[in-house]
Design a protein around this ligand. Structure first.
Ligand code: ZN
Length: 484
């Protein structure tokens, strides 16, 4: 048998990070009782008219630009007709032609160090369906329409991927980029980033594609890898036995680690696409495109370089480049205080552990980047000691309070007031004449003991450098005055 190679394409669905749904003002996502976030539009009532969410268009266009695609100045919504109980309209409102974005792609670095450009075919907007919940006890199916009408973009690649490793690599890179752009929150477990995989086998080097199958709705990178591996083996075995692969839609059973037929593939014309008459064309103005282009962040490779130039630790850089929400947090903090090293230390030692412990993304924490930046600045400026900063961090993280207010309220500002420090230093020296004598006899190590005593008097608020200076000054004067 000739050697076969896999040909893989992806269709990725990302839920857009909007407050409201695509065509109505119901909340998109968030905690709610079943069917709480539902109105006449997203429940498909007769005569209810959709109105397009401008923020969704902006986010979709941003994704297109960040992926080097062309934003269509003019695109259309169509009705994609099919019946499903959780699709109240009887059609999905999607974009067939033209979609909001065409072309573009992402460059992967392969294991052998070579670069590979994975082309995108298109990016279009569409609304999500509701959810069916199967109540086995009562032998009934319940429908929750909270998700119906939630905005999605679908990113369709060309069949440029040739292994599960490449597919996972592509998905991780895409996920990182879209979360960093805040186009999507990208929580996999919530289904905010999920994909369908198209896969076929063809003789190595042949230009003709084989019959493909489509694995639906994978919401974990690991499952994508397992599903692709399983499907490559399944199709290889069919060809080896002289059989033919059927074009079909498959479901991946993650417990058994295998694919199963879902339904035979509907042809595109089965959907009877036609322009959605209730919505005008989507116009994206050149001004918006120009503004979005300006707001695009640096590519991850450039960020890496920049952080290395800042002298940040490799570990810290690695954790930021793999954690988009943390990266955005760090970047925002730097806009308030350009002290990357101190901010990095606070994030590594205090912020990350607290966020992980509370199971929060950095973007969800009450402690805002501006306040973390302020704390970093206060330490660098000597306005608080590192110990005090670390002591109050738990409070700051839990309450989101301004560190300046907390420090003032607790009277924790570092005292750099020379008079106060000198007075404490004199008291300490008077109380410890023996140590003072030792110091003046050349046993300078005793100074740290004296500094400690002053720090205790100040309840930790004195600036240790000023304390040491004041002590040495007084001790020097004492030495001068010592009688023969
Ligand atoms: Zn609604």
């Amino acid at each position: 048998m000739t050697n076969l190679e896999p040909v893989i394409g992806l269709e990725v669905h990302a839920q857009l990070n909007t407050r409201t749904k695509l065509f109505c003002s119901c909340p998109a996502g968030g905690e709610a009782l079943p069917n709480e976030n539902v109105c006449e539009v997203c429940s498909g009532q007769p005569g209810a008219l959709p109105r397009l969410n401008a923020k969704a268009v902006e986010l979709a266009a941003k994704a297109v630009l960040a992926l080097d695609g062309e934003v269509s100045p003019f695109s259309l919504f169509s009705r994609k007709n099919y019946f499903y109980p959780d699709l109240p309209n009887g059609f999905q409102t999607s974009q067939l032609d033209p979609p909001v974005g065409l072309g573009g792609g992402l460059t992967l670095t392969l294991a052998n160090g070579q670069e590979k450009f994975v082309r995108l075919n298109r990016i279009h907007m569409e609304d999500d369906a509701g959810k069916c919940l199967h109540d086995e006890k009562r032998d009934k199916t319940l429908i929750d329409l909270n998700r119906a009408g939630t905005p999605l973009i679908e990113i369709v690649t060309e069949p440029d991927l040739s292994s599960s490793v490449e597919a996972i690599d592509f998905l991780k890179k895409l996920h990182n980029l879209l979360v960093r752009l805040e186009v999507t929150r990208g929580r996999l477990e919530e289904g905010e980033f999920r994909c369908d995989v198209n896969i076929s086998l063809k003789p190595v080097g042949s230009p003709t594609l084989g019959v493909r199958t489509e694995i639906k709705n994978l919401n974990s990178f690991r499952f994508v890898g397992q599903a692709i591996e399983f499907e490559i083996h399944r199709q290889t075995a069919i060809y080896a036995a002289g059989g033919q692969v059927d074009q079909e839609t498959l479901h991946f059973d993650s417990l058994k680690g295998e694919t199963r037929p879902l339904r035979t593939k509907e042809e595109a014309h089965d959907y009877r696409y036609f322009p959605q008459p209730d919505l005008p064309p989507v116009i994206v103005e050149p001004e918006l495109i120009a503004r979005l282009k300006e707001s695009l962040p640096l590519p991850i490779e450039k960020i890496n370089e920049r952080y290395q130039n800042m002298g940040l630790q490799e570990d810290f850089i690695a954790s930021l480049t793999a954690w988009p929400s943390a990266l955005n947090y760090f970047e925002e903090a730097l806009t308030f205080y350009p002290g990357p090293k101190r901010v990095a230390v606070l994030m590594t030692e205090l912020f990350f552990p607290a966020a992980r412990q509370n199971n929060l993304e950095p973007s969800e924490t009450l402690l805002r980047p501006a306040h973390l930046a302020k704390l970093a600045r206060f330490i660098d400026e000597g306005r608080v000691s590192k110990n005090v900063a670390y002591d109050i961090f738990g409070d700051l993280f839990a309450s989101g309070s301004d560190p300046e207010i907390v420090i003032k309220a607790k009277g924790l500002s570092l005292v750099t007031d020379e008079e106060a420090i000198t007075a404490w230093a004199r008291e300490v020296i008077e109380a410890h004449p023996l140590e003072a004598q030792k110091y003046n006899n050349g046993q300078t190590k005793v100074l740290s003991f004296l500094v400690g005593q002053v720090m205790r008097k100040s309840q930790g608020t004195a600036d240790p450098k000023s304390v040491s200076l004041a002590l040495r000054q007084i001790l020097f004067e004492l030495n001068e005055e010592l009688p023969y």
